[in-house]
Design a protein. Structure first.
Length: 156
């Protein structure tokens, strides 16, 4: 019997291993979520990565964070954090301040405009998350979280 993933991928032969099928299911699900989420942020002319940075900075509070700290906290790694911050700064969503003693140290803070934009997305994002995962029970969600965390513990 063909799995749902085989049907989606129009694949006639079985997967070589259960691990392969599981991994491909994770990748496929992540891609579906990514596409859906990108559509949500596109309405605000933001990328999911930019949204992630704004959330990180909102959580940091008025102290802000160093560029390196932002990069460490990101859900998806962006090799060009400087360009990402450039785009957010151009839109007035963040401010960058260089340390007067060490010019290499740059602190990034979210602006009021960035906060307003982020706050306006809180409800749509919550609704979006519920649309994607709301059909799962609380127990199923906890199980999914635990399994995904367990999978990541073995990855270096």
């Amino acid at each position: 019997m063909r799995s749902k993933l085989q049907t989606e991928l129009k694949q006639n032969k079985p997967f070589q291993t259960l691990e392969e099928e599981a991994l491909l299911n994770i990748i496929r699900t992540a891609e579906v979520f990514s596409w859906q989420t990108s559509s949500l942020f596109k309405e605000m002319d933001l990328t999911a990565t930019q949204y992630n940075v704004l959330r990180i900075l909102r959580g940091a509070g008025s102290d802000g964070l160093l560029c390196r700290e932002i990069s460490e906290r990101m859900l998806t790694k962006d090799p060009d954090i400087t360009r990402l911050l450039d785009r957010l700064e151009l839109r007035g969503f963040i401010l960058r301040n260089r340390d007067s003693r060490d010019r290499r140290i740059i602190t990034v803070k979210i602006t009021n405009e960035g906060l307003e934009t982020l706050n306006s997305l809180d409800k749509p994002v919550t609704e979006h998350n519920q649309k994607l995962l709301g059909h799962l029970s609380e127990e199923q969600l906890q199980q999914l979280i635990s399994l995904l965390e367990l999978v990541r513990t073995n990855i270096s």
